[in-house]
Ligand binder design. Structure first.
Ligand SMILES: [Zn+2]
Length: 601
């Protein structure tokens, strides 16, 4: 052991001792007050009472990402005018890093740090504030002491006159409304807050209160009572699946109707959903809302309490890499659909349709031959959240492939155990063994699956999860009495280019590997002007191709970086749909029974 290591070890022991002492003594809380003096300007003003522990200087930090959404988003860029005061004096604040602030305390036991945050990015991981409401997440809003020693974080919200209330998964602090307390910073970050005039419907399952709070659903645009009743069915089905009791005191579905963006993010006892304003007006829209709610609610167990070991304790100032996002997200996606079917909310046909869409998407993504499911998980930080024109050629979604892997792994286990066990048992056993502080490693999840299956899954793991070979669906089809309905060839000529209409200009968006357009040498952003010297307008490409057949050679006039060029293209034939699941006409009694057990459990 070198001297340097010894000093490090001593320092580490001191740090640990300090943290343990702070926890044992019940460390002093940080107290935030949020105000919205002019919400139409998209700002929240934050005032934080921060205990100094008698130190001459303290360091505050803000996370650069938020758990559940694996991209460094640099939330600190929206922070302005950081000031500090203590003992009645202004204190010096300096910035040693992009997301850190160092305050000289002047010996004050508590300092008041104020700052404001610009909030005009309507996503489930960022903040939005306007005259109507605020949707706040913890990571982009709250600085904390950089040592992350366990301490309570209290939040008091001063409502603008036009707003009724706030709602969040955080417990009440007491002493009035709109006062909350998080037992530690992780919980604060894990508790989005919706503030404004939401419609709120309640229901009770397992003695626990649940709320569906919707912003923007007035005038009958969103039937909050009906969707709350659906959410109750989802909660009950999850409770039936996982057994035991619901692992929280209350749960809040925060639901924002928006005209931009959509998505959901999971939290310990809440979820924030941002969906299209008109989602509740059509059957397909309602189904997509239910799928989103079902996905986020399954996360109450899978991810929020049963998590990859690498995802906790969170390192808030850097990437947190894990190979297991296909389990965290893909298996969740699989069950979000399966449990909707088991709850009687969707039909067998709707479930098979949803599964088919993911299989079709995967099989039509050339990147499945380049990136494995585990690598897609590791590279979420640089790939999944940063798609570009080449993404489909070099990557797969761990949601999509993970859902398909869930299906195949489920079938594999049912096959090897003669239908006595399933992926359901893997999830429940993994939860029993690894939910809690440490989480599971990729290998440990495999071991649980193998114990449930009663056999090695090494070959499946190597090929389907660590590998990029094409997936074998035959066992799953055989197990459940399914087949792929092969579409008939349309006979239409096909370029394989993905195009878009950009204000009347016909532009190439993607050139997928293995297509006629790829072989001919098209580039993304090429503007298609003419085929065989006849003008093609942006909305005419499909029609024009109908005048040709597979194997025809055409000359395409394009503009590329302002230069006109001609490209010789041999047209292919539009591939038929190959991946739509249906019950096989010759499905046997045994297969029908296996399918019923799978879909009804
Ligand atoms: Zn998810």
């Amino acid at each position: 052991m070198t001297a340097r290591m010894t000093r490090l070890a001593v320092a580490l022991v001191l740090v640990l001792a300090h943290a343990a002492l702070a926890a044992a003594q019940g460390a002093a809380p940080i107290r935030y007050t949020l105000s919205f003096p002019a919400p139409q300007t998209h700002y929240v003003e934050v005032s934080a009472q921060v205990p100094t522990g008698g130190q001459t200087a303290i360091e505050l930090m803000m996370p650069v990402w938020t758990p559940g959404s694996y991209l460094v988003r640099e939330f600190e860029r929206h922070v302005e005018e950081v000031t500090a005061s203590g003992n009645g004096r202004m204190l010096a604040v300096m910035k040693p890093a992009k997301n850190r602030w160092r305050v000289t305390t002047g010996g004050a036991p508590t300092v008041t740090v104020t700052y404001r945050v610009y909030a005009r990015e309507m996503t489930v991981r960022t903040n939005w504030i306007d005259a109507e409401f605020a949707s706040l997440n913890g990571a982009p809003t709250f600085m904390t002491l950089a040592d992350l020693a366990p301490r309570p974080h209290e939040v008091i919200i001063n409502l603008p006159a036009a707003w009724d209330t706030s709602i969040t998964g955080l417990p009440d602090l007491g002493g009035g409304t709109n006062r909350y307390v998080a037992a530690n910073y992780d919980i604060l970050v894990d508790s989005p807050i919706l503030i404004g005039n939401p419609q709120v419907n309640e229901f009770t399952v397992d003695g626990k209160r649940h709320y569906l709070a919707t912003i923007g659903g007035d005038d009958g645009i969103f039937d909050n009572a009906a969707r709350a009743a659906d959410a109750e069915k989802i909660v009950r089905e999850n409770l039936r699946f996982w057994g035991g009791s619901l692992p929280y005191d209350k749960y809040v579905f925060l639901n924002v109707l928006s005209d931009t963006g959509s998505g959901g993010l999971e939290h310990l006892n809440s979820t924030l959903l941002i969906v299209n304003r008109w989602i509740d007006r059509t059957a397909a829209g309602r189904r997509s809302w239910l799928e989103l709610a079902s996905h986020e609610f399954f996360h109450v167990w899978n991810v929020k309490r049963l998590r990859p070991a690498e995802l906790g304790p969170f390192k808030y100032e850097q990437e947190n890499y894990t190979p297991s996002l296909w389990i965290a997200e893909g298996v969740t996606e699989y069950y979000s659909h399966l449990l909707l079917k088991r709850a009687g909310i969707t039909t067998e046909a709707e479930f098979l349709n949803a599964l088919s869409s993911e299989i079709e998407l995967l099989q039509n993504t050339p990147g499945r031959e380049v990136q494995s499911a585990s690598l897609a998980s590791m590279d979420a930080w640089i790939k999944y959240y940063r798609p570009d024109e080449n993404s489909a050629n070099v990557s797969v979604s761990y949601y999509t492939k993970g859902m398909v892997l869930g299906f195949l792994l489920d079938a594999r286990i049912r096959e090897t155990t003669d239908n006595a066990r399933s992926l359901d048992d893997v999830m429940k056993q993994a939860y029993a063994r690894y939910s809690g502080e440490r989480g599971y490693t990729h290998e440990e999840f495999q071991q649980v699956a193998e114990q449930v299956a009663g056999t090695s899954l090494e070959a499946f793991w190597n090929s389907a999860i660590e590998g990029t070979e094409d997936l074998d669906y035959s066992e799953a089809l055989e197990m459940f009495g399914l087949r792929f309905r092969r579409g008939l060839p349309s006979g239409r000529a096909w370029t394989g280019l993905i195009t878009r209409n950009d204000n009347g200009r016909l532009l190439v968006s993607q050139v997928r590997r293995g297509t006629p357009g790829y072989e001919a040498g098209f580039n993304a952003d090429d503007e298609i002007l003419a085929i065989d010297d006849f003008r093609v307008r942006a909305d005419q490409l499909a029609n024009r191709l109908n005048s040709y057949g597979s194997g025809d050679r055409v000359t395409v006039l394009i503009a590329r970086r302002e230069q006109l060029r001609r490209i010789e293209l041999t047209l292919g034939s539009e591939p038929p749909s190959e991946w739509r699941l249906e019950v096989a006409p010759a499905s046997t009694e045994t297969q029908n029974r296996a399918r019923q057990e799978w879909l009804q459990a």
